[in-house]
Design a protein around this ligand. Sequence first.
Ligand code: IVH
Length: 714
Amino acid sequence: MYGKEEQRRLFDLSKRLLLQAPDPVNALDASAMAAELRETIIYHEWRYYTLNDPVVSDFEYDMLYKKLQAVEARFPDLVTPESPTQRVSSDLTEEFALVEHLTPMLSLDNSYDAADLASFDERIKNYLGLPADLDIEYCVEPKFDGGTIALVYENDQITRAATRGNGALGDEITPNIRTLRSVPLRAEFSKFGIAKAELRGEAIIRKDVFVKMNEQRAADDLPLFANPRNAATGGLRTKDPSETSSRRIEAFVYQLGYAVDANGNSAFGLLKSHDGTIDLLGNLGFKIPQKSTDGGERRVCRNIAEVAAFCNEWQAKREQYAYEIDGMVVKANSLELQQRAGSTAHHPRWAIAFKFKAKQATTKLLHVEFQVGKIGSITPVAKLEPVALAGVTVSSVSLHNEDFIRNKDLRLGDTVLVERAGDVIPYIVKPMEELRDGSEREIAFPTNCPVCQSLLVRAEDEAAWRCENPDCEAQLLQRMIYHVSKHAMDIDGFGESQIERFYRLGWLRNIADIYRLDYEAIAKLEGFGEKSATNLRKAIGKAKQNPIHRLLHSLSIHHLGIKASKILAAEIENVMDLQGWDGERFRQIKDIGPVVTANVIRFFQHEKNVGLLREMESLGVNFTQTEDDRPKAVSADAPLAGKTILFTGTLAKMGRKEAQAKAEAAGAKNISAVSGNLDYLIVGEDAGSKLKKAKELGTVTILTEDEFLTLVDG
Ligand code: IVH
């Protein structure tokens, strides 16, 4: 539909409009600007809705949209019927029956900062002719990022549920909504004189539930959901209510849109405030944003300044919240004031959305740096033109490996889409191919180590290129950093920056040096002092006593993870025993594969490594098996002794990890697939293909979670 040239022009045009477009002063300028805004917005809508592939962030789109709204508001003659502002959004499909909402479901105007909020407050007072210094009370709650729903209750029964649709008409999805446990099928509205009510709310999936659901889908070889919102809206619009049920969707209600008594007269009379209405809905059994004066998600604020502070507080902690939210919704608390302020055709005058900072943005890929890891793996890191993303400035992101670069076809000079979601570190979603002008250059992967210059090699089955020089300075440094880290020797208060500092001072060349530091010299360093030096000495002294599985893992032997280190530690009296082991000896140990075997053997063949270990031992590092290293004995009469077990579906009473630990304590071994080797399959809610396969096999004992608990706990 749009050619490459055309797309580049529209993209540049939107950037220009965003950056420098001044407010037009005369109708002629305004007309030109409105035309430019319209064509860019229509383009971005096509990218977003038709292609599912936006080239600007939601924030940038909103800004363009707002600019157009502002111009059209100032020069109403410029509004055309095909202007994006005149479109009513719709998610209708033909599969569901259409129903009319009892009152139209409006959308919300947007704000982005304290100044926007202040002008919203001012607008209300202006409109209602209230004094400018009057404090309006607002109720603020999260703007849930899920699927909007409308629920109708008649004579205390749920009679209908629908999607938002185009605001006037929605899809009827009653059977699906009835499966959501957070939606009461019956609620005593009649107690409050309400015979018929329509509630608005949001269907949403908890972030942690979403992650587990996708893990399960991956295990079952099903396609993954892109995000919790898609999983929720998709779940609402399926023709199979059991599918809706399996997605563990929850529904928050945040608005009473319609309420009449038995005679059809308004039943809002008893209700005074939005906050009180929400509490009432909570009392009727609905899931509502919880109120709390400290840390809660809903708050009544005395004035707009308090609103701004609360919104900013939530912007900072949105990632910690259990649900995806894309902003806060600010509502005048007094229902009487709401009534008087009324609505425009699009949105209520008494409410506004405060949108959080974008999580996606576009920026330029300037160049690529190649970093050397502790086992010599080369990681390409993209250096970006700094860009603001969900409250932080991003200028550097990992590109993982060469395949990542090739699969995404990234090039130097590309405009790239960067995303930062949840606690996830920022990553490049993709290059904007349509914005290339031919000046982009291929990213050349180095053939030699950027630090020691030795030739890089790439094993057939590995993603990374590696520097194989064990004396490479970059590797030595990374290995020391890893050695002291939480996962390895866990030396409290000793981290990357101290290691780097001591390394630059020439005090550290290898991991043995960590155990011969001169604490008097450290105490004299700027920023250290006696106390810190003493603390470091104590922490290192403590680490010397570590169980040997930590030591084994801390050596950065390729593929020797924590689990394999524990298995090996359980088999040896002393770390140096491994020096005499051959392949045959390793083969006798279950769960130690040929790759780990080869790497451990190679490590101990290297004289330098053995020398390093001997040094560490002489410096007092523990080399002998401790109680913690010995396998926990399981008696032969443990309830699941010698059995294999697998959990599938969602467990109700415990997490997957906890269940597996319980099984292990009862003597069982957790395995990951259904096969003839499997003794027990424990099925939680929504078990899928694994249950089916186990049934087909006919040799597996299938237990419910409760049966499993009875078996192991007696
Ligand atoms: S109030 C008349 N409150 O945001 C009041 N909406 O454009 C209109 N949304 O899709 C809605 N959380 O479903 C309201 N706490 C909240 C909300 C909320 C999410 C959604 C709403 C609609 C959009 C508003």
